[in-house]
Ligand binder design. Structure first.
Ligand code: APR
Length: 309
């Protein structure tokens, strides 16, 4: 059986780390593409040389040419500039709209049947750009954000309670911005609601930390944004798609009336399988949650307009 072909466009911190983790997990053959000459080639060689040690047979190639990505099953877009201190995700909009548009054209030309995972920020708007430029169906253009925000939520709960990270399940809905929606009422430890373990004050504090999770790292790193947990999050999506696992994962998916929202990419639980976003799971939101979801949708729509597409 043919190995999946995974192309990662943008061989920077998130792209190269995604390639490394995906290679180690044996998810497929990997092509790393970047505009910067030598960088993708050097990183691909380095990752290739780790394969005998990891016991993985995979072809990992670095390139500056889209023709090398031809026929990809999955294309991950990690090209763009990352956030710097004092910069909001929205500040990135103009530059990254141009970059993601250019990348999307390359994908459209050489991998017209691929599934696209967008990582570049501001995420919800960049997924829209990729969808608009490629014209791919809504099932085949998905954004990575909710898994990362939910992993941050899970980690904060697990470390506070001193329990296994694996025992904690948590979900963040909405946009990948300051008003994201960590769903505390659904968070649980082995099926037991977190309210059994902690009071509201503690839960509120954790929610605040989840919302600030990205900026906290930006402020510490000073020269870039998070990449280890983002890369692990992308690999969770790649794995569910290439193995047709049909995991339910929070992803930025195109809403066509679900959650009372139309024509916007937002974070919702999605069934991810070989066809991409195969189903959107619509959970009942209470009045306050729905209001916040709509505020998120309005913010994303404003960004979409600013892309000029
Ligand atoms: N085509 C291909 N690659 C490009 C292009 C382009 N048009 N423009 C920029 N790049 C490449 C850069 O050369 C760089 O190697 O994208 C890479 C970005 O890497 P980093 O600067 O290390 O940024 P990173 O931390 O990986 O973040 C990438 O993901 O999480 C988001 O906000 C983040 O938008 C940012 C993106």
């Amino acid at each position: 059986m043919r190995r999946a072909k995974i192309s990662i466009i943008g061989a920077g911190n998130v792209g190269a780390t995604t390639a490394h983790i995906a290679a180690i997990k044996g998810l497929g053959d990997i092509t790393l593409l970047d505009i910067s000459e030598g960088i993708p080639q050097g990183k691909a060689l380095d990752i290739s040389q780790a394969m005998p040690l990891e016991g993985v047979d995979a072809v990992i190639k670095g390139t500056n040419k889209y023709s090398d990505t031809a026929g990809s099953d999955i294309c991950v877009i990690t090209a763009g500039i990352p956030r710097k201190p004092g910069m909001s995700r929205d500040d990135l909009l103009k530059t990254n709209t141009e970059i993601v548009s250019q990348v999307s054209k390359g994908i459209r030309e050489y991998s017209p049947d691929s599934i696209i995972i967008v990582v570049s920020n501001p995420l919800d708007a960049m997924v829209y750009v990729a969808h608009k430029v490629t014209g791919f169906s809504k099932e085949r253009v998905i954004g990575m954000a909710g898994i990362l925000d939910s992993a941050r939520f899970r980690h904060l709960i697990a470390s506070d309670l001193n329990v296994s990270e694996e025992s904690v399940s948590a979900l963040v809905l909405g946009g990948h911005g300051d008003q994201m929606m960590p769903m505390a009422r659904l968070a649980n430890v082995a099926g037991i609601p977190i309210s059994h373990f902690m009071d509201n004050k503690k839960i509120e504090k954790i929610i605040e930390s989840v919302r600030n999770g990205g900026i906290e790292i930006v402020n510490l790193l000073k020269t870039g944004s998070a990449y280890y947990a983002p890369a692990s999050s992308v690999c969770e999506m790649i794995e569910s798609i290439v193995k047709d696992k049909k995991k339910i994962l929070p992803c930025a998916a195109y809403l066509d009336g679900e959650y009372g929202t139309k024509g916007v990419f937002m974070g919702v639980p999605v069934k991810l399988g070989s066809k991409g976003a195969e189903e959107i799971i619509e959970i009942a939101l209470d009045e306050n949650e729905m209001e916040l979801f709509q505020t998120n949708a309005k913010n994303v729509k404003e960004l979409m307009v600013k892309t000029g597409l």
